[in-house]
Design a protein around this ligand. Sequence first.
Ligand code: AMP
Length: 143
Amino acid sequence: MSLFTKIIRKEIPSCKVGAGELWYAFLDINPRRAGHTLVVPVEEKQRLAELSAESRAALMEGVADAQRRLGKVFDTQDFTVVLHDGPLAGQEVPHVHIHVMPRTSGDGGRCAGMAAFPDAPPIGSVEPDFAALGALSEKLQAA
Ligand code: AMP
């Protein structure tokens, strides 16, 4: 049983943010900033693709619910929403969880996508390779 299932079942304590029938939201114990929340599906699966369509949809409802609450408390409409979908992407707990972090002016945070690939050339510094993008697009649509 995963750590987060134990949290959902209240076998391990957590600081609740909100809950639905198919999801649970609680505060991360190592907050990257105040309000850092995790939203998890009750269904215990490691990756987003393994969840039922119902759980996936409900999970997004949980994210929206957490955003509404965080937005009110931290007075913002802006959030970093991150999913580490598997260990190669940085997942430590093998149970889908979405990080929701409120963003406020001067909070010191970065753009999550860029932080994941710090050595990639800065946006705008390289001409887009439309031939490569087009070829990949064809491949993805055929997959
Ligand atoms: P990830 O690296 O995406 O797998 O994120 C796992 C997150 O779970 C980390 O941000 C941890 O701080 C958080 N975490 C681990 N144990 C707990 C816990 N008992 N309660 C709340 N958050 C936790």
